[in-house]
Design a binder for this molecule. Sequence first.
Ligand SMILES: [Zn+2]
Length: 361
Amino acid sequence: MSRAVAAVVALVSLVSLAGACSAPRSSTPPGANGANGANGANGASGEGPSGTLPDGAAVTVAIANGAITGLAPAAASERWLWPPVIDSHVHVAYWDVAARLPAAGIAAVVDLAAPERALGEAAPGGLAVVQAGPMLTRPGGYPLDGWGADGYGLGCADEGAVRAAVARLAAAGARVVKLALDGHGLAAELVPVAVRAAHARGMKVAVHALSDASAALGAAAGADLLAHTPVGPLAPATVRAWSGRAVISTLAAFGGGDEAVANLRALRDAGAVVLYGTDMGNLRDDRPSPAEVKLLGRAGLDDAAIAAAMTTVPAAYWDLPLGALAPGRDASFLVLDGDPRKDARALLAPREVWLHGARIR
Ligand SMILES: [Zn+2]
């Protein structure tokens, strides 16, 4: 199994745990290369690139100490300055590519299942990681019965176990709780218990729910987001139940079938927020996914909506300081050859990548 590589995003205590069900063993001080760290770039000052902001203003970026300090008017430019990509469904503890992602234009990821020992570990390369830790399931259930046997699930047999697990994950830095619902997942009566426990700690709740029954169960329990677009046909009532909540696309990871594509279209039409996510680790990828971008288009998102689902929308959803270029903000952004609202594929191959004030591509 790959070495754990994740880091919590900001201002959470960094505590590593010895393993599932054990007490905290040691504290790890925040590293210089933590999620909001400088990647060696703090102190880098001076003139950054020029280009056109999303609002149409052509500017030259001034940078100091890893932050944007000014946006001076500049000559019109065909290059666009854009927030970095956020992948809302990865497994970088399982598939150890975190160090490669920033140079590909991905500044933040959401790791939706990793062993407890990965919580609080600093990610390499300045990547920001929103962590879930292990997904809650039944004892021996999914994914402990397969790919996730090495701690990627946490078996919970009763309400007390669920509450203790959520409390422990929160204390270790998890910001989202993932519940396995399909088939051999968490018992249905424990799902609302887990949601209440997570919400009481300010954590979001993602559900692995590929079927209509599971998606309906998650919605009824108050879950916040679908970790995948369900692949089974969804009843209209289930689609309506997810209105105003969120769904992570992961269409390519499940083959991009017509049923899933139709589900994502229906969920979005009903008012669900769409977040770009690839299930990286399931898919052995290490960069933004051309296949996912294409499938989002098939699901009815135009290029502007796809670009938003990859950048600004997840920045707001996960409360990451990456959704805009403005004085005082982290100097993490892309320089693109075109406006991604006209062709979202511009986000797949950034001309330049700036992370925490340093050009890394
Ligand atoms: Zn996954």
